[in-house]
Ligand binder design. Structure first.
Ligand code: AMP
Length: 458
């Protein structure tokens, strides 16, 4: 997964982009980059690590200009190396272009092979690089034509920001897999994956970039082009943005994430009303569903485990003998509170089941009498090809084990997953516009099950 920020017509655009990326840090922690148009050409800086680690004041000052795009990366295609950090910049025919992409293409490998046959030379192992090669290939007919033609060829999830010298362009796949919003900022414009970036920048949300739309911003303001007007695709917003990914203070797909997560908790209670001493989340991912469950049930909400917010990255991995240490580094149970209690523990999802097993074990060791574990989405049984980093099906615990088998593996008294209907009810009017493939295996597009994120690595 990744996060995007674009700024147009605002002095110190790189600094605004930096702070926007800072707000989107949860969407990718492997690397960050900013490209800015300095009046003559595009210059960029990118680095591995968190936004605050990748940049400093001096670097930002050197990125002078009032048009910029930025990216935070979490790899879903290509290795986690500096070369693959975006924006991806190229020079072509006296133009400089910089591209930032969120999402995963499902036909990138086939397109890359085709372009290589034609003599294109690739610099990275990113699926995103295919997009810029195609745009450049069609560019002599004009930028909007080239982007429209590229959009017809690439399949999958793409919310893209493109700087082409002094133009800022945003475009989004016709299925609308990943979010992208447009706002007004200090007389200029801002674009961001999530609206929480606008809140930090003081930008005012205008609207979402529509699925299938190309939005070109120049000195006359934004202009919209709709290459899929005659050929609209079924909307497939990623429901996992609501379940886990997006920040609760954001609106994605025009819906507030916090409220959806609380609805998930209400619906968990409707489907699985339990009595216990209290409800507790696994923070932060289970917090809002636990709040919803507590409010619906009348049971108290307690923070039975405490999160260390400063964990960041550690290069010293605890040995097998110290494996409890790695769990407690992030979450530590409040023993005085848990001892002898019957608790309802809420989390958003189970992926491999390994982290949860360790967390549940530490709650058990803290003396919980009974543990009921509620998950605020249905069992994840199928991999995602559209930008969420879910492992292959065989690594997803629910793809090969029944709920009862998982309950035994986790060593708990109750395991309950929210139903698909409960999940859909929680997103209200979006219920017919979401991608549920990770739960149902019904992919909105043809996918290649042999895909691996290192497919382009040599
Ligand atoms: P596990 O028990 O190993 O399946 O891990 C479950 C935890 O992983 C839950 O707390 C989720 O919030 C979290 N999680 C869900 N999806 C992802 C993801 N794509 N990347 C990292 N963590 C995730």
């Amino acid at each position: 997964m990744c996060g995007l920020v674009g700024i147009y017509g605002v002095p110190e655009a790189a600094k605004y982009t930096y702070f926007g990326l800072f707000a989107l840090q949860h969407r990718g922690q492997e690397g960050a980059g900013i490209a800015v148009f300095n009046g003559k050409r595009i210059v960029e800086y990118k680095n591995l690590g968190l936004v605050s680690e990748a940049f400093n004041e001096k670097i930002l000052q050197e990125l002078a200009g009032d048009i910029a795009v930025g990216h935070v990366r979490y790899s879903t295609t290509g290795a986690s190396v500096l070369q693959n950090v975006q924006p991806f910049c190229v020079k072509y025919s006296k133009k400089t272009l910089a591209l930032a992409h969120n999402g995963n293409l499902v036909n990138a490998y086939a397109l890359r092979c085709e372009l290589e046959e034609e003599g294109h030379i690739f610099q990275t192992t990113l699926d995103s690089e295919v997009i810029i090669h195609l745009i450049v290939k069609y560019l002599k007919e004009g930028l909007v034509y080239a982007i429209a033609k590229t959009m017809k060829r690439i399949k999958g999830a793409y919310s893209v920001l493109l700087l082409c010298d002094d133009l800022l362009v945003a475009f989004r796949d016709p299925w609308g897999f990943r979010p992208l919003a447009l706002g007004i900022l200090n007389g200029g414009y801002a674009l961001a994956s999530e609206t929480c970036a606008f809140d930090l920048l003081g930008a005012e949300y205008l609207r979402d970039v529509a699925p299938g739309e190309i939005l070109v911003i120049d000195s006359n303001g934004p202009k919209s082009f709709l290459p899929f007007e005659e050929d609209p695709q079924p909307l497939s917003h990623c429901i996992f943005e609501f379940v886990y990914f997006a920040r609760p203070d954001s609106f994605v797909f025009q819906k507030n994430v916090y409220l959806v997560r609380k609805n998930l908790g209400y619906n968990l209670f409707k489907e699985c009303p339990l009595s216990a001493d209290f409800v507790m989340p696994l923070p932060d991912s289970g917090t809002y569903a636990a709040l919803g469950y507590s409010q619906a049930s009348g049971l108290p909400l307690e923070f039975g485990v405490i999160r260390n917010h400063y964990i960041g990255r550690t290069f010293i991995q605890p040995s097998e003998k110290l494996r409890d240490l790695s769990v407690k580094m992030k979450l530590n149970p409040v023993k005085e509170f848990i001892r002898g209690k019957e608790v309802i523990v809420v989390d958003d999802s189970l992926v491999r089941g390994t982290t949860s097993k360790n967390r549940i074990r530490s709650i058990r060791l803290a003396g919980a009498k009974k543990i009921h574990f509620l998950i605020s989405c249905p069992p994840l049984r199928y991999p995602c090809f559209f930008g969420i980093d879910f492992p292959q099906a065989r690594e997803l615990i629910a793809s090969k084990h029944s709920v009862e088998e998982i309950r035994k593996f986790l060593d708990i008294d109750t395991l309950y997953y929210l139903s698909l209907e409960g999940l859909l009810d929680s997103v209200g009017e979006l219920r017919d516009k979401v991608c549920l493939a990770c739960f149902t295996g019904n992919y909105p597009l043809e996918v290649d099950f042999s895909f691996r994120k290192d497919i382009t690595e040599i």
